[in-house]
Design a protein around this ligand. Structure first.
Ligand SMILES: [Zn+2]
Length: 290
């Protein structure tokens, strides 16, 4: 439906642009910036009435994109569009990149596991940190109606023999469970870019971040079981605005601290596409500005 509308509008714009374009058929778009960053396009320009203009926000160093003000399609996406049915005024809002507030995970920092084994330090300490891996975790298998109790995370880690460095809850609170310079068990088996050093060994090089989140029905059916899957509320699937903001801050902070390039921020699904779904199709990369 949306595609058909866009096609129609493009067709209308084309007819106007080629056939009978006059001054009357043009409408003005004004794009400005608040905070430090740039927008594409920026300034004031005329567009054919009915056309769709693509917008992009580019934060300056030390700043992050917050949102668009104005009548855009996706106010929280770095890239969005504006439909020029009429004169439009749009503002890209950037906010100073704040250092994320990092809380201690309920149950305390894990340096010894429930089974008595130590969480080993990375062989070269923080110098080994080269990747960040994004995951999703929830309590939906056991509690599909109430899957996001942060106090349950430590139990889930213990039950499944895993742990991650950070967990971001639905309100955007960031909890640390494992110190960055220790090897948490979050990546498991997998491969990346055919690099033998990374095959089944990503835990040594990656910081693991779990978002409290649940994927689509089809992604989850083999993960939490059919019955639990039917009991998950639609509103509990996917990720929240607060989580994207917190994740963006945490990624910027970690990438800066450890010199991690953007292409080294990957998902669990990237590493092990055959077995791992997370964070899945509902995760929106356009919400991440770093
Ligand atoms: Zn995962």
């Amino acid at each position: 439906m949306k595609k058909a509308l866009v096609l129609t509008l493009l067709l209308v714009s084309f007819v106007f642009a080629t056939g009978c374009s006059t001054q009357r058929d043009l409408v003005t778009l004004t794009v400005s910036v608040q905070g430090q960053g740039a927008a594409e396009p920026e300034g004031t320009d005329d567009f054919v009435k009915g056309s769709i203009v693509e917008l992009k926000a580019i934060p300056a160093s030390g700043w992050q994109f917050s949102k668009w003000e104005g009548d855009v399609a996706e106010p929280f996406s770095v890239q969005t569009t504006v439909l020029m049915e009429r004169r439009q005024t749009v503002t890209a809002i950037f906010v100073r990149q704040a250092e994320p507030e990092i809380l201690t995970g309920p149950g305390g920092i894990i340096t010894w596991r429930a089974d008595g084994s130590p969480v080993a330090r990375r062989a070269q300490g923080a110098a080994d940190i080269e990747y960040i891996m994004l995951h999703a975790i929830s309590d939906a298998a056991a509690n599909p109606g109430n899957p996001y109790e942060i106090g349950r995370i430590r139990d889930i880690f213990d039950d499944y023999g895993v742990e991650a460095h950070y967990v971001i809850d639905r309100d955007g609170a960031i909890y640390q469970f494992v110190p960055d310079d220790r090897i948490a068990r979050h990546a498991g088996a997998g491969t990346w870019k055919n690099d033998p050093q990374l095959t089944n060994a990503m835990n040594r090089y990656a910081i693991g971040i779990e978002l409290l989140g649940i994927g689509t029905r089809s992604e989850m059916k083999d993960v939490i079981g059919v019955l639990a899957n039917t009991r998950v509320k639609a509103s509990d699937r996917g990720y929240t605005d607060a989580q994207y903001l917190a994740l963006d801050q945490l990624l910027a902070h970690l990438a800066d601290r450890y010199g991690i390039p953007r292409e080294n921020i990957i998902t669990h699904h990237d590493y092990d596409p055959g077995r791992k779904w997370d964070p899945g199709d509902l995760f929106d990369w356009s919400r991440i500005s770093c």
